[in-house]
Design a protein around this ligand. Structure first.
Ligand code: HEC
Ligand code: HEC
Length: 283
């Protein structure tokens, strides 16, 4: 369906008007990203995020996991619909559920409760959205090297792998949890990195992180960075102490300023799409 013939001048005006209009849309979208988003009255209001966190744990975590990183149902931290989709569409999805799947509708929730849960999910999902932690990340990077963290943790593709990759740690966890991980590693052990100690038939003791096991064998990643396999039948003992392989004395070893800078450095690790090296297969 073509318009009646136009003079070059009017069509040129039409084109530039269109360009202006789409620029305006672009600007509006930028504003939406930067300020309180359309429809959502709460944006990044911390109190709303906390309320959404509570609601999420009452109603959603059972399927989507305690940290929204997926369990029986979808990972909501890395999903496009939460990170980039329209919040109005997300609202409708949560209100109405997804027919034909286990995702239930939420007919009884007040609108503001749904917006709060959206604020919460977006606070988890959008890296770089939380205000940067104070401190000097560059100085923190040096502490990360000198305090030995890099010998067990990968950041930006290099480092050791006795502990989990910290590439996206600030997306995975809020900064107070990261602080606790550093100062009290035994408080909560990252899954997939449980400690194990065995004694072999000939009296050799090996300690490390349990990487895999089956009925007959266990596979241990030792501090030397090698995976050793052991026949269960040949072991004198196998214990799994509820202690981290990570040193527990950083609270006394790190000066407060170094700790602050280190946490600022970890807080900048916000790229959720850096592949996380996990499991036995990668070694
Ligand atoms: C009984 C389990 C269950 C509960 C409870 C539940 N969900 Fe879901 N949810 C699912 C399943 C299953 C899917 C994936 C459906 C599909 O196959 O597309 C899903 C999908 C979603 C999606 C879309 C994910 C994507 O990849 O785009 C969002 C967002 C979501 N759920 C949010 C929530 C919120 C918020 C709550 C709490 C108010 C909640 N869900 C409660 C099971 C559940
Ligand atoms: C000897 C190896 C080792 C050293 C050195 C080490 N860690 Fe760890 N770290 C681990 C292991 C193993 C885990 C997993 C068990 C646990 O949760 O404590 C871990 C867990 C962590 C976690 C939690 C990660 C997650 O995904 O939940 C953070 C954060 C962390 N370490 C930061 C540090 C920092 C910062 C330093 C240096 C100050 C450091 N680590 C030094 C081995 C180490």
């Amino acid at each position: 369906m073509r318009e009646p013939l136009q003079s070059p001048v009017t069509s040129c005006i039409a084109v530039s008007a269109l360009a202006v209009a789409s620029m305006a849309v672009g600007a509006a979208q930028d504003a939406e990203q930067a300020a309180a988003p359309t429809g959502n009255p709460f944006g990044r209001d911390p109190a709303a995020i906390r309320a959404g966190d509570e609601l999420f744990h009452e109603r959603c975590a059972v399927c989507h996991g305690q940290k929204a990183q997926g369990a029986m149902a979808a990972d909501l931290v890395r999903t496009r619909s939460v990170r980039r989709g329209s919040q109005t569409a997300l609202f409708a999805l949560i209100r109405e559920g997804i027919p034909g799947t286990d995702m239930p509708p939420q007919p009884d929730l007040a609108d503001e409760r749904i917006w709060q849960v959206i604020s919460y999910l977006r606070s988890l999902a959008l890296p770089g959205q939380q205000a940067p932690l104070e401190g000097d990340p560059e100085a923190g990077r040096i502490v990360f090297q000198t305090a030995g963290c890099a010998s067990c943790h990968i950041v930006n593709g290099s480092g050791g792998f006795l502990g989990p990759s910290l590439d996206a740690i600030a997306v995975k966890k809020p900064s107070d949890e990261i602080r606790r991980d550093v100062l009290e590693p035994d408080a909560e052990l990252a899954s997939g990195f449980e400690s194990v100690e065995v004694e072999t038939g000939d009296g050799r003791r090996v300690a490390g992180v349990l990487k895999n096991e089956d009925t007959f064998s266990v596979f241990i990643l030792t501090s030397e960075g090698v995976v050793e396999a052991f026949e269960r039948a040949g072991l004198k003992s196998l214990v799994m102490p509820k202690r981290s392989r990570m040193p527990g004395d950083y609270a006394s070893r790190l000066a407060p300023e170094d700790l602050g800078n280190l946490l600022a450095y970890l807080d900048r690790q916000r790229d959720p799409f850096t592949p996380v090296r996990r499991g036995f297969g990668v070694y």
